[in-house]
Design a protein around this ligand. Structure first.
Ligand SMILES: Nc1ncnc2c1ncn2[C@@H]1O[C@H](COP(=O)(O)OP(=O)(O)OP(=O)(O)O)[C@@H](O)[C@H]1O
Ligand SMILES: Nc1nc2c(c(=O)[nH]1)N=C(CO)CN2
Length: 166
């Protein structure tokens, strides 16, 4: 279903296989080509060791960006659109937290809260991920993550190294 109003959504894009930044660039272009999604801002690319519940650095380093989009799509339609972009870019769904050519997560959709079997928004792990917080801070230093507060404060406590790619 389409809304007549746009909501501002924060997306996290990551890749740790192949030409990571080129794939992320293609994903951003593909998102912007979808009816109901406008790409408003995108961060530069940041790199970080792969995060996994069993430990860091078990697979190749990731490149990550944050993109801010305006969307008139309902949350589950936005998730479908994101999955379609991941599929179009050749993502193979393997194990959870495993390597991937492209991964797109919905970090937040305005102040909306969604808790369904398929979709949880705000993303339940975004508040503790430097690879989400640092690129987002670059775009919106005063942003708040609904339910968690200031992203600048969250970044002070979040674990993990992340550095800007040239
Ligand atoms: N906020 C969200 N953004 C994207 N997918 C979500 C979200 N909440 C729930 N999901 C669900 O999670 C499923 C698994 O997603 P995915 O394979 O990208 O997880 P992951 O990237 O391995 O882990 P993580 O979500 O911690 O980054 C998706 O198919 C989707 O249904
Ligand atoms: N650094 C980093 N680690 C990850 C990432 C990611 O985007 N960046 N995505 C994952 C998917 O579950 C698993 N681990």
């Amino acid at each position: 279903m389409r809304l007549s109003l746009e909501r501002r959504a924060v997306l996290s894009l990551g890749s740790n296989l192949g030409d990571r930044v080129a794939t992320i660039d293609r994903a951003v272009r593909a998102l912007g080509a979808i009816d109901g999604i406008r790409v408003l801002e995108r961060s530069s690319a940041w790199e970080s060791p792969s995060w996994h519940p069993d430990g860091e650095g078990l697979s190749p380093d990731y490149a990550n960006i944050v993109a801010i989009v305006g969307t008139s799509l309902e949350p589950l339609d936005l998730l479908d659109a994101i999955r379609a972009v991941e599929d179009a870019l050749g993502r193979v769904r393997e194990e959870r937290y495993g390597s991937r050519t492209i991964d797109i997560d919905i970090v937040a959709i305005g102040a909306l809260e969604v808790d369904s079997a398929e979709l949880t928004v705000p993303h339940p792990r975004a508040h503790e991920r430097q690879f989400v917080l640092q690129p987002w801070l670059e775009l919106e230093p005063h942003a708040e993550l609904p339910g968690h507060g200031s992203i600048a404060e969250l970044a002070e406590y979040a674990d993990g190294d992340v550095w800007r790619l040239a």
